[in-house]
Design a protein around this ligand. Structure first.
Ligand code: PMP
Length: 291
């Protein structure tokens, strides 16, 4: 049986529910976070907690509980669901109130929901050995993509467009013709000179926790990182390309819009970065020692 956590209670996943007047449901007035889980521990717990705090602050939603309390909930949820490899999903909305666009006049308690699920990271390793294809689509999102809100309709449509085209991810292209990021991942290329390039962390992208970690991995491999925008054309002729996220780690990209990147095989730097990331990422939680 699977469990979810909703507003102070662990309940059967099939029965877990929020009210129809919840502002997350009505307005996407909610933030979320996702932690990767390996060997029962959370990847980069601290980075994700910090981003969650910032997202809440930017939207003026009160944190519903302290960080240690949240950590205890996550630990218990993973235990109840017997998840050793997978992800934890958290959503916090502004709460439940009679439908009105403006914030509730009398503050209401935020809604907090957590779920978790298993992921097959062995299958992901196999995918990483072959690399994935991406397509490009126009970036139709709002001006604050740095806040991790559940307002994901453009991302949903982009991901579906990728799947419809037989690709795995969609890279979003801004009005100036530059890639911002993927629909649920950050986008990277490697130049002919072996330099890593990823878009600067402005309001047009989510500041990926994995992205930040890759800067450290690059440093330990003696690689230089340049934060700047790049075009799909530059990506198509790059030495390598890859994407990053909490659950895909580092995933080599071998084709963009049907154009093969380099020899169509995962690049050596992307492959090294994946290994380095998995060995360096900080795992915290109940079973961090049990590799
Ligand atoms: N960009 C977007 C739009 C995302 O949804 C995600 C995944 N949360 C990322 C980038 C990658 O962020 P992270 O490395 O923190 O998972």
């Amino acid at each position: 049986m699977r469990y979810a956590y909703v507003n102070g209670h662990y309940c059967r996943h099939g029965d877990a529910a929020v009210h129809v007047e919840d502002r997350g449901f009505q307005f996407a007035d909610a933030v979320y976070e996702v932690w990767g889980v390996r060997y029962g521990g959370l990847l980069d717990a601290e980075g994700h907690f910090q981003r969650l705090a910032r997202s809440l602050q930017e939207l003026r939603i009160e944190p519903p509980c302290t960080r240690p309390a949240l950590m205890r909930i996550i630990t218990e949820l993973l235990r109840r669901n017997r998840v050793r490899h997978g992800l934890v999903y958290l959503q916090i909305s502004r709460g439940q109130a009679r439908r009105d666009h403006a914030f509730p006049k009398k503050p209401v308690p935020p809604t907090i929901v957590l779920t978790c699920k298993r992921l097959d990271f062995a299958a992901a390793d196999t995918r990483a050995e072959h690399g994935i294809a991406v397509i490009t689509v126009p970036d139709q999102r709002w001006g604050r993509c740095d806040i991790k809100t559940v307002n994901l309709l453009p991302n949903v449509l982009a991901k579906q467009a990728a799947q419809d085209a037989g690709a795995t991810e969609a890279w979003l292209v801004d009005d100036n013709g530059y890639v911002t990021e993927g629909s649920s991942t950050n986008a990277w290329i490697v130049t002919k000179a072996g330099k890593l390039v990823t878009r600067q962390a402005d309001n047009a992208i989510l500041h990926g926790i994995t992205r930040a970690r890759i800067f450290e991995c690059a440093q330990s491999l003696g690689l230089e990182v340049e934060e700047r925008a790049f075009t799909p054309q530059e990506a198509a002729t790059a030495r390598e390309a890859f994407l990053t996220s909490a659950t895909s780690f580092v995933m080599p990209v071998v084709a963009i819009d049907d154009k093969t990147i380099a020899n169509g095989k995962p690049g050596s730097l992307a492959t090294s970065l994946r290994q380095t990331y998995l060995s360096q990422v900080y795992v915290s939680g109940p079973a961090s020692h049990a590799k």
